[in-house]
Design a protein around this ligand. Structure first.
Ligand code: AMP
Length: 117
């Protein structure tokens, strides 16, 4: 746990969140400023800064994040072949990455279009 990390505080239960998924390595909670009808952030319990800092030692956490995202999508009703969803890792300034704790955006529930705005 890293002091002054918002998502570490959510993992630790010190900051409230609408948690929709929890397992040994990850939690998932609804984004406070949703950009789609379903917008969940999946984060590792262990502090990792962002996708550009991921190394082999983080492999189990990253795999768990992808499995958690699929579980969330299925439970939210957007996982079927006739639906679909977007998974996003923002990295750095130009991507408007605002929280330095790795998180996977799970977004869906409407046609999202491509490229994103
Ligand atoms: P990013 O721009 O990829 O760093 O995404 C950070 C996301 O965290 C944004 O979509 C914010 O809306 C979201 N966020 C910030 N604070 C909270 C919070 N307390 N609970 C849930 N989501 C949050």
């Amino acid at each position: 746990m890293v002091t002054d990390c918002l998502f570490c505080s959510i993992v630790g239960g010190e900051v409230p969140a609408d948690i929709v998924h929890s397992d040994a390595r990850t939690i998932g909670f609804r984004d406070i400023n949703p950009q789609a009808p379903v917008h969940v952030l999946v984060v590792p319990r262990r502090h990792i800064v962002n996708a550009s800092t991921v190394s082999e030692r983080d492999g189990a956490d990253v795999t768990a994040m992808l499995m958690a995202a699929k579980s969330v999508a299925d439970r939210e009703g957007i996982g079927g072949e006739d639906r679909g969803y977007r998974l996003v890792f923002n990295v750095g300034h130009d991507a408007a990455n605002s929280v330095a704790h790795l998180h996977l955006h799970v977004m869906g529930g409407r046609p999202l279009g491509w490229p994103p705005g």
